[in-house]
Ligand binder design. Structure first.
Ligand code: FEO
Length: 403
């Protein structure tokens, strides 16, 4: 992908990973991703971040297109996760930087990843700044967005915030700026990334946004390490992040289930019918044919999560168990829930589902179990459960709107 001058003497030198689907070993990047890295020309020419080792040729090719790498003075490592530091060893060997700016945890992580105690680390913290010559770089620690080492950089003269993983989204594109694509599509990718990567750290997000506000930085461009660069929707992307982190729910329910002989599936669809009759937006996921990342993207703004599984070996079916474990780790807040499923002779799935949902601090407002195959009456009960959940969703929504 071509190098791009995004501000005066600030160049995008990242790489587009069109073929990536497995993001970090647990999340699905359905549309690939980008690794954004930036080169700033000044008296001290500085490279901000590298890219995944998958794309080292493209990355170094981009740099060489505009500068002899040995003329770079500083490196800034905003995050050590290998999607951004995958070319770091090669970069250090090539550039021989005077200094490598990073947080305390950044230094620790670089040493434990790459085992070079002798690199010229320069540890910085929130509020520290350096002059590159004409440009000034202010640092802000972005702890847990998404690892403890993350930091962001504000280049004052350019009103540019390099935000690392914050505001990142997985989307491989030929375009580099937010106004070259549909912002609604960016928002969907942003929500997906947040739901699968950042959600457990929602409190840290709100703290970081508060800190940025307090610092009164005049920002007219936000450049995350993944996805599009924001120059026309700066306020919108900050507002979207705030909304995700506050975990504001909509009048929406997500039904997640697996089934053996379709009894639990019939129950899922009857429950959906009850919700739909009450004008609740519903998403239904059969876990055998869905990816947990797609499910979490819908859970993010749903008020209710309804989990279904038949009893299997005194527990739940494996895809449902995996989904529950994945969701539990991401710690969604403020949800209501319900459990449903069929059974043959042991009745454990509802107990298992309810206990797990409650452990996630979800308010379980109902459950239903059916022996073997549901009758018409059983399915009416399922519709009634859907309606009951819908009523609770509406009550919660009323409370949200009065806040
Ligand atoms: Fe984009 Fe936490 O790495």
């Amino acid at each position: 992908m071509a190098v791009l001058e995004m501000k005066d003497n600030v160049f995008w030198v990242g790489a587009v990973d069109w073929g990536l689907r497995d993001f970090h070993g647990y999340s699905l990047a359905r549309n690939g991703t980008t690794y954004n890295a930036f080169l700033v020309f000044d008296e001290k020419t500085t490279l901000f971040d590298t890219v995944s080792s998958r794309l080292s040729e493209e990355f170094f090719g981009n740099i060489q297109e505009i500068i002899d790498p040995t003329r770079i003075d500083y490196l800034v490592v905003n995050h050590v996760e290998p999607d951004h530091s995958g070319c770091l060893v090669e970069a250090v060997n090539l550039i021989r930087p005077e200094k490598i700016f990073c947080t305390t945890m950044g230094k620790q992580f670089m040493i434990s990843h790459y085992h070079h105690e002798d690199w010229p680390y320069a540890v910085v913290k929130t509020g520290d700044w350096i002059s590159l010559g004409e440009k000034t770089v202010y640092f802000i620690e972005l702890r847990m967005l998404h690892w403890p080492d993350n930091m962001g950089c504000y280049i004052k003269e350019d009103k540019l915030f390099l935000s690392s993983d914050a505001f990142g989204h997985n989307w491989a594109t030929s375009e580099r700026f937010d106004d070259q694509v549909d912002f609604r599509e960016i928002r969907a990718h942003l929500a997906n990334y947040f739901a699968n990567i950042i959600l457990p750290y929602s409190d840290n997000v709100l703290q970081a946004l508060g800190k940025i506000e307090e610092l009164e930085w005049d920002i007219d461009m936000i450049a995350p390490d993944h996805g599009l660069i924001f120059r026309s929707h700066v306020n919108e992307v900050i507002e979207a992040y705030k909304e995700f982190a506050q975990q504001k729910a909509k009048a929406k329910a997500v039904i997640i289930y697996d089934t053996m002989w379709k009894s639990t599936e019939k129950m899922a669809l009857a429950i959906a019918e009850g919700l739909i009759k009450e004008d609740i937006s519903v998403k239904v996921f059969h876990m055998k044919s869905c990816h947990h990342s797609d499910v979490m993207a819908e859970v993010l703004d749903a008020q209710a999560v309804l989990m279904g599984s038949p009893t299997h070996n005194r527990g739940v079916l494996p895809y449902v168990a995996a989904m529950l474990r994945y969701m539990e780790g991401l710690r969604p807040q403020g949800k209501i829930a319900a459990a449903f499923g069929s059974y043959g002779w042991q009745r454990d799935s509802i107990k298992n589902l309810t206990e797990t949902l409650e452990r996630m601090n979800m308010e379980v407002v109902g459950s239903i179990r059916v022996q073997n195959v549901p009758t018409a009456e059983d399915l009416n009960e399922c519709v009634a459960l859907g309606k009951r959940v819908a009523e609770t969703i509406k009550e919660k929504q009323d409370r949200w709107s009065k806040r």
